[in-house]
Ligand binder design. Structure first.
Ligand code: FAD
Length: 342
């Protein structure tokens, strides 16, 4: 049997934040994995969960009810905080043992550090920051991602096993939760070699520049671009975001100008967001910006240039001066006590 045939199914690397919470992207990847596998030929979706010792019943439950078939569990006190070296050892060992044909990794800070190292160690390819995944007619994973500064979409095939990709959070929707679904848990004993660990985890540092809610999981985002003209004018966006219970986002032009922190940047080199309502104020709608927000449910664009490309993706467009429109919107919502249901 050719070596490639030994590889089957999809394995998602679980991304555990602050020891107890699963990053949403892990669930999103379980959801898309279910669509990629051929259940009729017995393929399975597995999740590799690497944690410190302790109670992890909530993590197991969340992975199970999202639809995973198997959880490969590697627990060791030395794995309680992310370590590039130890996690690479664990993932490579499990992949070599279990031979998934596809390995999906969230493009989080951890995933972006881990995936390339694992791919290099396994002598396989890695398509990073993918925005679309499909199985092609030859049964290979066709991974799509923006290229040449977001002006083209490239579809990449990896002809070595396993086929590895990273996927940004929010690119795929969260799966439907099935409370009755139970994954099989397989505990794996992987001996750790601590002698080659060159880094030591000291602790988390809070992002002090973060003002208000984070855009990552906000249902409403009010974003500003170069049309805001100055950092101080973002106040009007903060006020609108506040009455809508949302977060403030920014284009790269606004971030590069130093008006907002990078954690608020939406787009190809910022974050991918999928809110129910995205209000773009003074943002032209470059391809690189659209790459990060065009899956939002409703997009409202406010721009004084009727030909601005943002209007092509907008559900509603308001042509005019944002400095008049945004405060008027905030006042109308406040005074009429309008309840915005998104
Ligand atoms: P502009 O394009 O300058 O648009 C400003 C808009 O404001 C204009 O449409 C104007 O009509 C409008 N305006 C001005 N005054 C008013 C007013 N008073 N009322 C209403 N409207 C007004 N960009 C991102 O956003 N995110 C990314 O992650 C990103 N990654 C990139 C990666 C690469 C490799 C490259 C090459 C570029 C990237 N960019 C990214 C930059 C991107 O190409 C654009 O330059 C950027 O998005 C432009 O930001 P903007 O829309 O705020 O500014």
């Amino acid at each position: 049997m050719p070596e490639d045939r030994l590889y089957t199914g999809v394995c998602v690397l679980a991304d555990v934040m602050d020891k107890h919470t699963l990053a949403d992207v892990t669930l999103e990847l379980i959801g898309v994995s279910k669509q990629l596998i051929n259940q009729h030929s017995g393929e399975k979706v597995s999740v590799l969960l690497t944690t410190g010792s302790g109670n992890i019943s909530t993590l197991i439950k969340n992975i199970s009810t999202a639809g995973a078939d198997i959880i490969y569990l590697v627990q060791d006190e030395h794995l309680k905080d992310y370590s590039t070296e130890l996690y690479t050892d664990v993932v490579c060992e499990v992949v070599n043992k279990k031979k998934p044909s596809i390995v999906l990794v969230g493009a989080t800070t951890t995933g972006r550090d881990l995936a390339p190292r694992v791919a290099a160690r396994l002598n396989t390819g890695l398509s990073a920051d993918c925005t679309g995944l499909e199985i092609n007619e030859n049964g290979l994973l066709a991974a799509t991602r923006p290229t040449f500064g977001g002006t083209l979409m490239a579809t990449i095939l990896c002809k070595t096993m396993p086929q590895m990709v990273t996927v940004r959070p929010k690119v795929f929707p969260l799966p439907k939760i099935d409370p009755s679904h139970i994954a099989k848990v397989e505990q794996l004993n992987i001996p750790l070699d601590l002698s080659h660990v060159r880094t030591k985890f000291l602790g988390w540092v809070q992002d002090c520049k973060q003002v208000g809610r984070r855009i990552d999981d906000a249902d409403v985002i009010v974003a500003g671009g170069r049309g805001m003209k100055d950092a101080k004018h973002f106040k009007i966006l903060e006020e609108l975001a506040h009455v809508l219970g949302g977060a403030v986002g920014a284009s790269r032009a606004a971030v590069d100008a130093g008006w907002r922190p990078h954690s608020e940047q939406v787009g190809q080199t910022g974050k991918t967001v999928r809110p129910r309502l995205y209000i773009a104020c003074g943002i032209s709608g470059s391809l690189q910006h659209l790459a990060g927000m065009n899956s939002s449910d409703i997009i409202i664009a406010i721009n004084n240039d009727p030909d601005a490309p943002i209007f092509k993706v907008a559900s509603y467009g308001i042509i005019g001066d944002l400095f008049e429109i945004v405060p008027a919107l905030t006042t109308a919502i406040k005074e009429n006590q309008l309840k915005v249901v998104v």
